[in-house]
Design a protein around this ligand. Structure first.
Ligand code: ARG
Length: 465
């Protein structure tokens, strides 16, 4: 079978002339949807087998179809398949090749099916598989953060608000904050997978079909939980793509925030972390430089991923039911976002696992900036019965005095402190240390090493690792 003058062999019956070159260019999706070949063939095989079971096509035709589809699969995988733009998309490229291989029987495969439910299926299968891969990657990333947290549950560092030193925390606690974020991403992936798990195949063009198909058979064979319930919605729904992009965007934002911290921490000014040679680059002009390019690119990929979400939301906005060709524009953004996210997680994972935490520097910084001021205020409340607001004021004066003396709060003398508030006793010095400050923060979710430890076991249990 070859293309006729009237255009596409698959639908050209009522056409007198073929498409304009520009029409072909705007219409063809094969350049990007060929990535869906495995899903398309899996869907066709399930559909073909079901048609035989239901007595809609003969067993012989069914056999020829399945053998032909397997041949096509190996041709594509061997790089021997010739994709044609004139055949628009992956569905028609495959069907046309099937006709070359097995003749007229190929034409029976499209009984009780449309490209509309076909693409809805292929794309869903692809997104599902991708989400499962990202699930695995997130579990690995969280695993390496848990390992870091475990090693550093007592490593002191400054905690920041407004990027100003606030109160000391442990680096383990900081790692566990990201575990919480990526843990939520993971739960969003799993939750999204639940909703996605419906099979649209058999919705046909938009209204279902008069043939006695069994959608439960194809659904089961393709590994979905249940068939979609409304044929119009089945071919026009791209929520699974939108949900994936939303989840990807939030996850990318988390990665980007972490990347930003690594960018800051790896500066000579901070020097909290040293990036490995494997995950940094040099400058072609400044020999001393080691640049955190991996982190910067992770930060930048977020722009692409967020852009994809806005892109697809805008494509879908205002589309009437059911299928419209606009929806062909759903794929590239999802493919691009998925590739970007997968790469970003992999880069982040590698960069973190490979980096060295400079404990000394972190510890030194943990005590700077009067980070234990709150501990002094808390002591005044606890031991001297002073209301917190007043204690805050007293502590502020102590900080001002230490600032004039250019020393730490713990370096002020008892007499200095008594000069500000006479109820202060020698025992105040017990709380004026970074270690004790951190150890004392045992409230649920607080930074104390024992809390970090129990949070690590919580996540290990939850993830089974
Ligand atoms: N290439 C199309 C897409 O990606 C497949 C569905 C085409 N359906 C149609 N009725 N033209 O959406």
């Amino acid at each position: 079978m070859s293309d006729t003058k009237s255009g596409n062999q698959m639908w050209g019956g009522r056409f007198v002339t073929g498409p304009d070159e520009v029409m072909e260019e705007i219409n063809a999706s094969i350049d990007f949807d060929k990535i869906l070949y495995a899903q398309d063939i899996a869907g066709s095989k399930a559909h073909g087998r079901m048609l035989v079971k239901q007595g809609i096509i003969s067993a012989d035709d069914g056999k020829a179809i399945l053998t032909g589809l397997d041949t096509i699969l190996s041709e594509i995988e061997a790089g021997q398949f010739k994709f044609s733009r004139a055949l628009e998309d992956i569905h028609m490229n495959i069907e046309s090749r099937l006709a070359e291989l097995i003749g007229d029987a190929a034409g029976r495969l499209h009984t009780a099916r449309s490209r509309n439910d076909q693409i809805a299926l292929d794309f869903r299968l692809w997104v599902k598989q991708t989400m499962l891969q990202i699930d695995e990657q997130l579990v690995m990333l969280i695993g390496s953060l848990l390992d870091k947290a475990d090693v550093h549950k007592e490593t002191l560092m400054p905690g920041f608000t407004h990027l100003q030193t606030a109160q000391p925390v442990t680096f383990g606690h900081h790692c566990m904050a990201y575990v919480e974020m990526f843990g939520r991403d993971l739960s969003r992936i799993r939750d999204g997978l639940e909703r996605l798990d419906e099979c649209p195949l058999g919705a046909a063009a938009l209204a279902g079909t008069g043939f006695a198909i069994d959608r439960h058979i194809t659904c089961g064979e393709l590994g979905f939980r249940e068939p979609t319930r409304n044929s119009l919605d089945s071919v026009s729904d791209r929520d699974f793509g939108l949900e994936f992009l939303s989840i990807a965007s939030i996850c990318a934002v988390h990665l980007s925030r972490m990347a930003e911290e690594f960018v800051i921490w790896s500066t000579p000014q901070f020097n909290f972390v040293s990036l490995s040679d494997r995950f940094s680059t040099g400058s072609s002009i400044m020999p001393q430089k080691k640049n955190p390019d991996a982190a910067e690119l992770v930060r930048a990929k977020t722009g692409r991923i967020n852009g994809s979400l806005i892109g697809l939301l805008t494509v879908m906005k205002g589309l009437p039911l059911a299928y419209s060709k606009d929806m062909q524009e759903d794929k590239e953004s999802v493919f691009d976002a998925a590739a970007s996210l997968r790469l970003a997680i992999a880069a982040m994972h590698g960069m973190i696992s490979d980096s060295t935490i400079n404990k000394q520097e972190m510890q030194k910084a943990a005590g700077s900036g009067y980070s234990i001021a709150t501990d002094l205020a808390d002591w005044l409340v606890r031991e001297a019965g002073i209301p917190f607001r007043q204690a805050h004021h007293v502590t502020g004066r102590a900080v001002a005095l230490a600032e004039t003396k250019q020393c730490g709060l713990e370096e002020l003398s008892l007499a200095d402190l008594k000069g500000i508030e006479e109820r202060i006793e020698q025992s105040v010095f017990d709380v004026l240390s970074v270690e004790n400050s951190v150890k004392s923060r045992r409230s649920f979710g607080g930074t104390a090493p024992q809390n970090v430890e129990s949070q690590i076991s919580y996540w290990r249990d939850r993830l089974g690792n």
